[in-house]
Design a protein around this ligand. Sequence first.
Ligand code: ADP
Length: 246
Amino acid sequence: MGTPSNVKLLDENGIRLDGRGPQELRPIRLRTDVLERADGSAMIEWGGNKIIVAVYGPREAYPKHTQDIEKAVIKARYNMAAFSVDERKRPGPDRRSVEISKVISEALTAAVMVELFPRTQIDVFIEVAQADAGTRIASLTAASVALANAGIPMRDFVVGCTVGKVEGKVVLDLSKEEDNFGQADLPVAVLAKTGEVVLIQMDGDLSKEEFNEGMSMIMTATARIHEIQRTALSEKYKEMDMGGAE
Ligand code: ADP
């Protein structure tokens, strides 16, 4: 965080480096059924992010000590491919991916009817093939669609978005440059119907007013992103009606 003097993130009209206005999302494309061998799957392209999610389960939780006698345990594993970022990323888990896996698991647990499947686990494998800022909320948005695609009963969808502060202004859906050189980054995920916050993290500083402004931008954006989730799932059913034809 912190802007080096040679990076200007907003022009004199408040337009961002990639041409977006302050409340504009990057383009989002979401598809289901992208993998044959998973129980459910989804792929999301969000700006330059490309993320595939595979869901397996519910199946008996293993090792046994991870079982919960009252509910299913959601085990999300977030992984960034070595080639997903500019400089090759060292393969394998690191502190960041362990943290993201944990917050994603917790957020999804709030949406899935886990009490229906005691002693089981639901695996959610998240593979980031290309990272471009906002991967945790893009992953969550796709994971909740992949869970629905697997036929897992859910009380609601998880849908996420990020706001941040660049050059003193609150802006929606940070780009990579804004994430790197901006003053704050606030990823949030909510349940689509109720608006309940199931993930919130903050890097940098926002005043109370900026925080409230950002949350209101997030609520508007997540309603739109939820429409994209619903369309992705209904497209699948349309294809089934037509016998799988395109
Ligand atoms: P998020 O992807 O949820 O915004 P971060 O704020 O931690 O999570 O990361 C922001 C962006 O920084 C990532 O989307 C990715 O583009 C980049 N990034 C994260 N980790 C690495 C890494 N190890 N090497 C290079 N770039 C990275």
